[in-house]
Write a protein that binds this ligand. Structure first.
Ligand code: FMN
Ligand code: FE2
Ligand code: FE2
Length: 409
């Protein structure tokens, strides 16, 4: 990839993770890759905003991109670290070893992390204060403390004269970026849809737990005249940045409910007894014109289940009892939904048991603090009978009524 001009002497430095076996943050599958973006301002003083991860040959690639505007590592005067997660700071240790003059602008909370992650002493850091402005020639960088989007030390950088927000992980998305289409006005409608899906999955996987902070952060940015958004993952929004701002507002608002009138079904079955009622549940939902997304565990990836669950106002779980508890892969899924604070959902559960059951009690215990409204459940012994099927049908009909009322705008 070559260096790309954003505007004037501001450039994008970027690489894509394209190894489809790579798990982002060690958990999340990224079959369509992800870009890691940093930005360079060439001027009276040369500034780099966020670095890159020290994997593959990313530092070398970024160094080569910098050479495209005749700058080397030693020419950088200021490093702005919006975020200390190693996808953006991994290169910092080696970078600072080669460049002993650059001062690092970051939040106060980031300073101990500089040492811990990159062996960079506090003497090289300048702690920003919220709203502080750094004038460098023709550029005015204003720093905003935006804690917990998504680590405690995160901040954003705003170039005031041009209205450019360097938002780091906020407004980011999965998906590799094509060299010839890095701006929102260079991509097709179809590709926009692709990035919207990738942004939702990124949000649900990486940011969702911190949604109240996203809402606070969005409020803080409201007064700014944002003309361009340069995120650390994904395309640059220069034509219509409000698109991604609105998406993020919507994603964050799902934490307060209701999300969309859709249902995510997650099911498991060892011998097919629980599975036998699945078609019927789906049929009832479809008859009521409620979009349904179906996932099986184990098998389907948690990263995808999370994205679907985050966007759906309704969740339905089907799983049998296993050693007096929920079937373990489902217990794991539920735990992950709790970690990500998937909340304010209308919920139903069904499942088979062999002798005395136990899954329902376990399910209720594990979701006690979820903020879910569990509208009902249905359990049966062994294979479902005609009566069981009928009873579930009636229960799911009632569930649909409640979901429709809940999502009435
Ligand atoms: C390893 C294992 C553990 C089980 N533990 C329980 C249990 O603790 N309590 C119970 O009522 N049934 C238990 N069962 C029985 C299953 O819940 C029952 O076979 C059920 O019909 C399975 O549904 P499925 O066909 O959808 O997998 C267990 C079954 C297996 C294979
Ligand atoms: Fe991050
Ligand atoms: Fe990141």
């Amino acid at each position: 990839m070559k260096i790309h001009k954003v505007v004037d002497d501001i450039y994008r430095l970027s690489t894509n993770i394209e190894d489809n076996k790579y798990l982002f943050e060690g958990i999340w599958p990224i079959p369509h890759g992800i870009s890691i973006n940093g930005y360079l301002i060439k001027g009276e003083k040369n500034v780099i905003i966020d670095l890159t991860q020290d994997i593959f040959d990313f530092p070398k690639e970024i160094t080569q991109q910098m050479e495209g505007v005749e700058l080397g590592i030693e020419d950088i005067d200021i490093i702005v670290m919006n975020h200390m997660e190693p996808d953006h700071s991994g290169w910092l240790k080696a970078f600072c070893a080669q460049n002993s003059k650059a001062m690092i602008y970051c939040t106060k909370k980031a300073i101990p992390l500089l040492q811990a992650f990159a062996s960079v002493p506090a003497e090289r850091a300048i702690a920003i204060t919220d709203g502080m402005v750094l004038e460098i020639g023709d550029y005015e960088l204003q720093f905003f403390d935006t804690p917990n989007i998504h680590w405690p030390e995160t901040m954003m950088t705003y170039e005031r004269k041009r209205g450019i927000l360097f938002s780091c992980d906020a407004f980011g998305s999965y998906g590799s970026i094509d060299e010839h289409a890095i701006f929102d006005d260079q991509i097709s409608e179809e590709k926009h849809q692709f990035f919207e899906n990738e942004a939702l999955r990124y949000y649900a996987n990486i940011v969702s737990t911190f949604s109240p902070f996203v809402l606070k952060g969005l409020e803080k940015l409201q007064g700014l005249d944002i003309k361009v958004i340069c995120p650390s993952h994904g395309i640059i929004w220069r034509n219509n940045p409000s698109v991604i701002i609105e998406h993020y507002k919507r994603y964050a608002s799902y934490s307060k409910g209701p999300a969309e009138r859709e249902v995510t079904i997650v099911w498991s079955s060892m011998y097919g007894n629980t599975k036998q009622v699945l078609n019927m549940v789906v049929e009832v939902l479809r008859k009521r014109k409620i979009p349904v997304h179906i996932f099986q565990v184990p098998g389907d990836e948690i990263g995808y289940i999370l994205a679907s669950a985050w966007k759906s106002a309704g969740l339905i779980f089907g799983m049998p009892t296993y050693e007096y508890k929920m079937f373990p892969p489902m217990a794991h899924t539920i735990e992950e939904l709790m970690v990500k604070k998937v909340s304010k959902k209308k919920v139903f559960r069904f499942g088979s048991y062999g002798w005395v059951g136990g899954a329902q009690k376990d399910f209720e215990t594990k979701t006690e603090k979820s903020g879910w409204d569990i509208l009902g459940h249905y359990e049966w012994q062994g294979a479902p009978t005609e009566e069981d099927q009928q009873a579930i049908k009636t229960a799911v009909e009632g569930y649909c009524d409640a979901l429709i009322e809940f999502t009435e705008k």
